[in-house]
Design a protein around this ligand. Structure first.
Ligand code: SAH
Length: 291
C-alpha cells in the first residue's frame, strides 16, 4: 500500500518534471520507442519516465528494469514482448504489427527496450514498420549497456592513453552464428572492442582476434547484470576470455582493450565497498609491484 502510494507520487513527479522542462506531450495514436537504460532505474531518462507515466500500453523487453514499470498509469496495459529463457521469442513482425495496430486504435503506445533502442535492439526495424504504417513516432535514446555498463564497472569506454576509438560488435549474426565481421581488420584498427550478446561466442571471437595479431595477454572484462544490484565483473585476458565467459551470468557485456586497466583506478562501486583504488593504473612499474 505504502509502495503503491510511493509509485503514484513517483508518477506524478515524472509528469511534473515533464511539464517543468516543457517535454513533448505523449499524444494519442503515437508510438514512442524508448530506451530504459541498462538496469539501474537512475539511468532512465526524463523522457523515458514521462513516457512510462503517460502511456496507455507498454510493450517491454526482458532486459528492462521492471521497477520502472511501476510508474505506469493505473489501468495501463503492460505487455511483455521479449525473450524468455527456453521459450520461443516473439516474432519481430508480430511486435511491429502490434505497435501499428495499437496506435491505430488511438492508444499512446510505449515500446520500452533495455539500454538504447537503436543499439542492437531492433528499434530501427520497428521504426521502419511504423513509417510504413503511417504511424507517428518519437525515438527516446537511452544509456546503452556498452557505455553505461562499462562506467558502472569503472571502465572508461575511451581514454586518451589507451584508445582513440571503440567498436561495438554483436556476438550474434542475424542467422545465429558469428556475425559477418572482418575480424582481422577490426583486430588491427580498433584498440577497444565492446561485445554485446557475445557470452557464448567470446572464445571464438578471441581466437580470431589473436590469430589476427592481438596479444593473448591483453586485458578483457566481462560485466554481468551491469548497473543492477547483482552486477559482477570478471577481469581476464583475451586468451582467457572464452573460458571466463562460460561461468558468467547473462546479460553480459564484454570489453577487450587496454582501457580495461583503468578499472584499477576507477572502480567507484568497489571503492564504496572498501576497495583501494590505484590512481595510476597505467603505470607499469606499479603493475609489476602489484603482481
Ligand atoms: N539495446 C541494448 C542492447 C540489446 S542487445 C543496449 O543498448 O544496451 C542485448 C545485450 O545487451 C545483452 O546480451 C548484453 O550483451 C547487453 N546488455 C544489456 N543490458 C545489460 C546489462 N545490464 N548488463 C550487461 N549486459 C547488458
Amino acid at each position: 500500500m505504502v509502495r503503491d502510494l510511493q509509485h503514484a507520487a513517483g508518477r506524478a513527479a515524472a509528469l511534473k518534471l515533464a511539464e517543468t522542462f516543457g517535454l513533448p506531450a505523449f499524444d494519442r495514436g503515437w508510438v514512442w520507442l524508448a530506451g530504459a537504460g541498462p538496469g539501474d532505474a537512475g539511468l532512465a531518462t526524463l523522457l523515458g519516465l514521462h513516457a512510462i507515466a503517460s502511456a496507455d500500453v507498454i510493450l517491454y523487453d526482458a532486459l528492462v528494469n521492471k521497477d520502472l514499470l511501476k510508474l505506469a498509469r493505473p489501468g495501463a496495459e503492460i505487455l511483455f514482448a521479449g525473450k524468455r529463457a527456453g521459450q520461443p521469442s516473439f516474432k519481430q513482425s508480430d511486435i511491429s504489427q502490434s505497435l501499428v495496430g495499437l496506435a491505430r486504435k488511438g492508444f499512446r503506445v510505449l515500446r520500452l527496450k533495455g539500454g538504447d533502442p537503436l543499439v542492437f535492439g531492433r528499434g530501427s526495424e520497428e521504426a521502419l514498420a511504423l513509417a510504413r504504417g503511417g504511424i507517428p513516432f518519437r525515438i527516446v535514446p537511452g544509456v546503452t549497456a556498452g557505455i553505461g555498463g562499462l562506467a558502472y564497472a569503472g571502465i572508461p569506454v575511451t581514454h586518451r592513453d589507451t584508445n582513440h576509438s571503440v567498436t561495438f560488435i554483436t556476438g550474434h549474426g542475424a542467422k545465429g552464428s558469428l556475425p559477418d565481421v572482418d575480424w582481422a581488420a577490426v583486430a588491427k584498427a580498433s584498440p577497444t572492442l565492446v561485445l554485446y550478446m557475445a557470452r557464448s561466442s567470446a572464445g571464438e571471437i578471441a581466437a580470431r582476434l589473436i590469430a589476427a595479431g592481438r596479444a593473448g595477454d591483453e586485458p578483457a572484462a566481462i560485466i554481468s547484470n551491469a548497473s543492477f544490484s547483482e552486477q559482477s565483473v570478471t577481469v581476464t585476458t583475451l586468451a582467457g576470455l572464452g573460458e571466463a565467459a562460460q561461468s558468467c551470468t547473462t546479460p553480459a557485456i564484454i570489453v577487450i582493450g587496454e582501457n580495461v586497466r583503468l578499472r584499477e583506478g576507477m572502480d567507484w562501486l568497489g571503492a564504496m565497498g572498501g576497495k583501494l583504488l590505484n590512481p595510476d593504473p597505467l603505470d607499469h612499474s606499479h603493475f609489476s609491484k602489484a603482481g
